[in-house]
Design a protein around this ligand. Structure first.
Ligand code: G3P
Ligand code: MG
Length: 254
């Protein structure tokens, strides 16, 4: 078995994807609070930089889908983005939910759950400042040991690793077979990989475990798929529905 990720004996992570995003608007304080209450022991969130260099918790590069605003996140200041409604698109009862700052989510999670911070940036040259500012915020909260970073962009993770080698990170892959991704995580000392559940099988999980890499899978929402992933021995299931993952994990893992 691979060592416990945070050295606390926890071997399975029920990861609330953008918070409990099946029950509340994604990447909002309500979704994160509900994720914790539903039994998640890790929250996944997407972070990006505003035009004035604030780290906000938001998924799309454009504001339109999940707020009442429009335009590109990286071209607008935090004051504008935070004046928008990030909840009403989901349900009237979430009206006036704001786009959170990374600061606020760290505060909410501290001492309660671990965090998976997924760094996203649109412009190629945005990586260095995003990495630097994420590190600054996490260190300000003294939460370096409560966080695992991830990104689809390997260069971003390389920058993170060079800057702070002790920080945990796991690269994200969209298609993870042929060959199984291993050279980057092994070369840079990643704690694991985050794989698309559609391309996973038991052999791949075993191979990665034998290399000392933990296997997280995204985004797993169906009951049967959750059962299958946990049955394969993955170390974390990233789901929009952490309540369902909790009940399945309880049955399979005890
Ligand atoms: O953590 C996995 C997942 O969050 C990656 O895809 O688009 O939901 O950020 P996305
Ligand atoms: Mg994500």
């Amino acid at each position: 078995m691979v060592h416990s990720l945070f050295g606390d004996g926890v071997h399975f992570y029920n990861v609330a994807h953008r918070g409990f995003s099946a029950a509340a608007p994604e990447n909002t304080m309500s979704a994160f609070e509900k994720g914790i209450k539903a039994g998640a022991n890790m929250l996944e969130m997407d972070v990006m930089l505003t035009s004035d260099g604030q780290v906000i918790v938001f998924h799309d590069y454009r504001l339109g889908r999940t707020t009442n605003g429009a335009g590109l996140v990286n071209r607008l200041p935090a004051s504008h983005i935070r004046s928008l409604d990030a909840g009403i698109w989901f349900d009237q009862k979430y009206r006036e939910e704001k786009v959170p700052l990374l600061d606020e989510v760290l505060e909410l999670a501290k001492g309660r759950v671990r965090l998976n911070i997924e760094m996203k940036h649109r412009r190629h040259d945005g990586a260095a400042s995003l990495v630097e500012r994420c590190i600054r915020v996490v260190e300000r909260h003294h939460m370096s040991d409560e966080v695992i970073f991830s990104s689809f962009n390997l260069e971003t993770l390389r920058l993170l690793h060079y800057s702070k080698p002790h920080l945990r990170f796991a690269p994200l892959y969209r298609h993870n077979l042929n060959p199984t991704p291993r050279s980057f995580p092994l070369q840079y000392g990643a704690q694991g990989v985050v794989l698309n559940h559609l391309f996973l099988n038991r052999t791949v999980v075993r191979q990665l475990h034998n290399l000392g890499l933990r296997v997280f899978v995204y985004t797993v929402n169906g009951l049967r798929r959750i059962e299958k992933m946990i049955g394969m021995g993955v170390d974390g299931v990233i789901s929009d529905n952490p309540a369902l993952v909790k009940s399945v994990a309880g049955q399979i893992l005890g």
